[in-house]
Design a protein around this ligand. Sequence first.
Ligand code: SF4
Length: 55
Amino acid sequence: MAEERITEGVKCVVNTCSYYKEGDLCTAGKIEIRPRNAKSSDETDCATFEPDSFK
Ligand code: SF4
C-alpha cells in the first residue's frame, strides 16, 4: 500500500500507478526518471512506476 505522503512539485496523470493519488498527485516520496540521454519528453518515463493491481 502506498504511503499518503505527497511528492511536492510532481504532477502525474498516470492513474494506473500504485503511487498515484486523485488530483494528479504522486505519493512515492521520491521518483526516478529515465533514461539518460533522452532526446525529448516523449522518451522519458518514471522508473518508480508500479502497476496498481486494484485498478
Ligand atoms: S511513481 Fe511515477 S508514475 Fe507513479 S504516480 Fe509517482 S510520478 Fe506518477
